[in-house]
Design a protein. Structure first.
Length: 120
């Protein structure tokens, strides 16, 4: 069992999302740029390449200062195999809706795993 002290430095939320979602979360105080000029957010638009989304997801899930990764569900769909392969408890990956794309529980990889565990 992991000790709680190994998670004490995880105090940031990272976000991969569309401009509206990122703007709202930055206004709420989520944004941060560290000493190495690493941001804890990625704005995804129509020009953003899949490889850039996957690289941001990989970076955010490997950083030791991030506790939660929020990702718009329609963006998670673009990198679904990568999201589905992620199995770590920290940082937690949560799929969120966006203004233009409602949340669909049937696509959520975390919810699918929970349903398997409880036998639904």
């Amino acid at each position: 069992m992991a000790s709680l002290t190994q998670f004490k430095d995880r105090n940031l939320i990272a976000v991969i999302g569309d401009e509206d979602s990122i703007t709202g979360l930055l206004l709420a105080g989520v944004g941060q740029v560290n000493a190495q000029q690493q941001k804890n957010f990625l704005i995804v638009d129509g020009k953003t390449q899949i490889s850039a989304i996957e690289a941001a997801f990989q970076e955010f899930t490997e950083r030791k200062d991030i506790a939660i990764v929020l990702i718009n569900q329609h963006i998670a769909e673009k990198i679904r195999p990568t999201v589905d392969r992620y199995r770590q408890a920290f940082p937690a990956v949560l799929e969120i809706p966006s203004k233009e794309h409602p949340y669909d529980p049937s696509k959520d990889s975390i919810l699918k795993r929970v349903q398997k565990l409880v036998g639904d």
